[in-house]
Unconditional design. Structure first.
Length: 146
């Protein structure tokens, strides 16, 4: 069973993109598009204030006719953010994401943000783990030493 720490180490880009709660939503959209990501952590200094996603924009700005240039990130962000630690397993994270309908989980250690994992990161890790298990079983069945 892999842990969040292993998933973070395997990510090619470990930079967590952030935005201030006082920034206009338009700035958040530009950053999401520029980085090719689906969510940003909303930070006040080193503290997590919330998380904002493309879905938040669609449902809380565009759909109801607000303006991305005048609406603040703090107006649409999710402020109750569920976080995990590096010791959490990929299965625990999948359960949290499924139960709470989340696509991103900030990773916090000793009160400090150390990373962000997505549902895609978890799926990739689980598939990799399953492939390894299958290979080991095939070697065992064929009597090969690994």
């Amino acid at each position: 069973m892999q842990t969040v720490a292993h998933i973070l180490r395997s990510k090619s880009n470990q930079t967590v993109c952030r935005i201030a709660p006082t920034a206009p939503v338009l700035d958040a959209l530009k950053l999401l598009a520029e980085k090719g990501i689906g969510a940003l952590l909303v930070m006040e200094g080193e503290q997590i204030a919330g998380i904002v996603s493309e879905r938040d924009y669609t449902r809380k700005v565009e759909f109801i006719g607000r303006s991305a240039s005048t609406t603040l990130v703090s107006d649409i962000m999710t402020s109750s953010v569920i976080c995990v630690g590096p010791e959490h397993s990929n299965e625990q994270c999948m359960a949290l994401m499924t139960e709470n309908r989340l696509r991103h989980l900030p990773v916090v250690e000793n009160g400090k943000l150390i990373g962000l994992i997505s549902i895609g990161d978890l799926v990739k890790d689980i598939i990799s783990e399953q492939k390894f298990t299958i290979q080991q079983l095939e070697h065992y069945i064929h009597g090969e030493r690994v």
